[in-house]
Design a binder for this molecule. Sequence first.
Ligand code: ADP
Ligand code: MG
Length: 402
Amino acid sequence: MRGIDDLEVSGRVVLLRADLNVPLDGAEITDDGRIRASLPTITKLADRGARVLICAHLGRPRGSSYAERAAGGPSLAPVAARLADLLGSEVTLAGDVAGPAAAAVAAGLADGQVGMLENVRFEPGETSKDDARRAELAARLAALAQLYVGDGFGAMHRKHASVYDLPGLLPHAAGYLVLAEVAMLRRLTQDPARPYVVVLGGAKPSDKLAVIENLLDQADRLIIAGGMSYTFLKARGHEVGQSLLEADMIPQVAAVLAEAAGRGVEIVLPVDLVGATGYAPDAEHQVFPVTGFPADRESLDMGPATRELFASKLADAQTVFWNGPAGVFEFPAFAAGTRAVAEAISRVRGLTVVGGGDSAAAVRALGFADDSFTHISTGGGASLEYLEGRDLPGLVALEDNG
Ligand code: ADP
Ligand code: MG
């Protein structure tokens, strides 16, 4: 894959597809990790005299037309403002994505200046399944620039106009973030030091069963945490009360458990759970063993015996990949499990990779320094699909230099 050092960028408009999809509380950015992760490429392009035109998405705009989506938002305005703060220079936000306002911003950029297009998902063509609709948007975006740089790792698994169709229309290269993310994931898939331990948490097994099946080939031990662990516990015959459950996934989960046993891959499940009276930050709660979880309680975190068990299962690891919080860490009363997993992984001296939007936000919210881990990936779905062994459309498009 060509990198930005291979492009002659001075004086040219470079359309930079970045992943600036940060979590928002209203218009307030609650974690700016993805903006910070994009800085090296932006700064390098600007320093080399490029006219940097950033294209990014934010949230899930709704509606069938551009007008409806743009009216509903979210606008990239708070992101452009935060980026300007971090860069210490102005970032002009266009009033549209690929219309007259975008063309005016592109034309007005001086060498080394940075501009931004509005939320690319205001354009229904961005995420369209219809090749012609995506191509139409890609052509309008291509007309704004002379070069394309793909650095939005978190969106690389999407077959979207600005990720998949646009690179083919302009000379293109990968940004530093994408190159770094791919290098890390490659280390996980090519001969990782053993034991290789994977911790998977988060809300739903349906999101992650495919990667689990693939990891049975690679990992020595799989620790299942968080919301998805209840379906696994249920498949092993435990009652989980009102906890998050994907009942229709039980047969598939049972098959995965059997497959793991056959291959000698150890699967580690919680042994105790924090059972709350409801899904609320101040819900009353108590610890129960998984063998006696009450029917009227909902688990929002794992218990102290599980924290210890998981830590012991991570202590000898030489390679760790972790995706998905181990509890509802957004509620401080239920963050202990996620904190314990993060602590145990931070003590591992081998390669440790944390992937996932919520997981990355969780470790930062809990106060872990970025150097507590070898790498905090900006991509959740993208990292998982890479580990599943699937081709990521955005990477495929960047690799094609024909
Ligand atoms: P990532 O974005 O890192 O890939 P996911 O999106 O899969 O992670 O999952 C994150 C969400 O899972 C968090 O919002 C968290 O609150 C939720 N979660 C974790 N454990 C539980 C649980 N026990 N019950 C309900 N939700 C949970
Ligand atoms: Mg998530």
